[in-house]
Write a protein that binds this ligand. Structure first.
Ligand code: HEC
Length: 135
């Protein structure tokens, strides 16, 4: 009988934990994304993905465009998650840009966490529009 009570208690408890586990998973992914971003992307895209250049639409002295902000103030949120992942994987060289590819440098989990981190930086209205359109 004791055993059954314990099993029952475990069931109930795991039910409780389940109710907020998706939020916890999301928060963990955003945290991993922030670390991954700071270690790999901030050097060009700036801290908080705010960009480094005053005007990301203006060519640099070397003729290249600067890395754009990814925090919702530029274009990133117009692209589907698949397109954003492709940019992370392939970089921009094939399209005439200069972002390096991260295909073999980061794990799938890290890449997904980058998307979660970036999307979490966007103003809430943009996140909602994005989810309506792509999710
Ligand atoms: C060496 C500089 C550099 C690094 C490092 C870099 N990027 Fe980029 N990124 C760019 C540039 C420059 C562009 C614009 C396209 C191009 O020129 O290749 C860009 C474009 C992008 C875009 C498309 C934005 C849009 O509005 O369409 C995304 C998304 C992106 N980068 C994410 C990342 C992530 C995530 C990382 C880290 C894993 C990263 N970048 C690392 C330079 C960089």
């Amino acid at each position: 009988m004791k055993k059954i009570t314990i099993i029952f208690a475990v069931f109930i408890l795991s039910g409780c934990f389940d109710s907020d586990s998706s939020e916890k998973v999301a928060a963990k992914s955003i945290e991993l994304g922030e670390n991954t971003f700071n270690n790999n992307c901030a050097v060009c895209h700036g801290s908080g993905a705010k960009g480094l250049a005053k005007d990301w639409k203006k060519r640099q002295e070397d003729g290249n465009y600067p890395a754009p902000p990814l925090n919702g103030t530029a274009h990133a949120w117009h692209h589907s998650p698949e397109v954003l992942l492709q940019t992370i994987n392939e970089g921009g060289v094939e399209l005439g840009g200069w972002m390096p590819p991260f295909k073999s440098k980061l794990s799938d989990e890290e890449k997904q966490s980058l998307l979660d981190y970036i999307q979490n930086l966007w103003p809430i209205e943009i996140q909602q529009k994005y989810n309506d359109r792509f999710k």
